[in-house]
Ligand binder design. Structure first.
Ligand code: CA
Length: 284
């Protein structure tokens, strides 16, 4: 991907805004921190479905989004039913609340930094609450979030909930799981097939709310009209392969029907866990 360069903000003329170094930051760091001029009119549509699945007594997944603010979040809570539900809901609520002033007209706010601040505040809220209440001790959640401003998109994740992008019929996983088996696969110590069968496949190496400090991965992307983003929990990706998800998303359906269709397919495949799908499509 070529660096798109830095454009000057129409409001303040500035190009300032420096980002901290992110391990997985894929494009020119200046584009995320500078004030951006909207050069293409892209808008977004979204739909989401969450389901308890076929085996779990409760649903510890949570999602939320604001099309107006360009923020989309999916979380998968852990720590026992009540605690897991509290952690995931708290994370979604905190992130949306802290970004609700970041409307599409406030383009001088560097979105990646605002997103990271909101996620760190959510971490603090969950961690503090777990320290205060013995029953909630150790609760936490995964988080995958998408933020969009015109053609610019940022994805942040902690844990093993994922973001995919379908572009021209091809599905690409944007995020990398923070899980023990995924790290072993990346280090060449385990095959992909063994990872799927491993008894340790549930062990995640980063979570929101379990410690005082957490670092999300951040990915910066440019969207094209027709791009379809899928944010989902492992209840979907454990049941359906990437090629199955790609095939299902390539069918002509409304976003809401796509969400329902993915969830039903995951339930037919076993439905061992809670399942959440959030779809966001860029439109010209
Ligand atoms: Ca799960």
């Amino acid at each position: 991907m070529n660096c798109p360069g830095v454009e000057r903000c129409r409001k303040c003329g500035g190009t300032e805004g420096r980002l901290p170094e992110y391990r997985f930051y894929r494009v020119c760091t200046l584009i995320g921190g500078g004030c951006l001029v909207a050069t293409a009119s892209v808008h977004y549509l979204a739909a989401a479905v969450t389901d308890r699945g076929r085996k779990r007594p409760s649903n510890e997944d949570a999602f939320g989004y604001s099309i107006e603010d360009g923020v989309y979040v999916v979380c998968d809570g852990m720590g026992g039913a009540a605690a897991g539900e509290i952690a995931s809901s708290l994370a979604v609520d905190e992130v949306l609340k802290l970004l609700d002033h970041q409307g599409p007209n406030s383009k001088c706010e560097p979105m990646p930094e605002a997103m990271e601040s909101a996620i760190l505040a959510a971490n603090d809220a969950i961690y503090t609450r777990s320290l205060r209440n013995q029953r909630l001790s150790g609760m936490g959640t995964t988080l995958v979030a998408l933020a969009v401003r015109e053609k610019h998109a940022w994805v942040l994740n902690i844990g093993d909930s994922r973001c995919y992008r379908l572009r021209r019929g091809k599905l690409e996983q944007i995020t990398s799981d923070h899980s023990l088996v995924e790290e072993q696969v990346r280090n060449g110590r385990m095959s992909r097939a063994d990872a799927l069968r491993s008894p340790l496949k549930n062990v995640i190496t980063r979570a929101l709310g379990t410690q005082g400090r957490v670092t999300p991965d951040l990915f910066a992307l440019e969207t094209e009209p027709g791009d379809l983003f899928l944010l989902c929990t492992d209840g979907l990706t454990r049941e359906l392969s990437d090629s199955t998800i790609e095939a299902l998303l390539s069918e002509r359906r409304s976003l809401a029907d796509h969400c329902t269709n993915l969830v039903e397919a995951a339930k037919r495949a076993g439905g061992q866990d809670n399942i959440t799908c959030l779809l966001v499509r860029a439109e010209a």
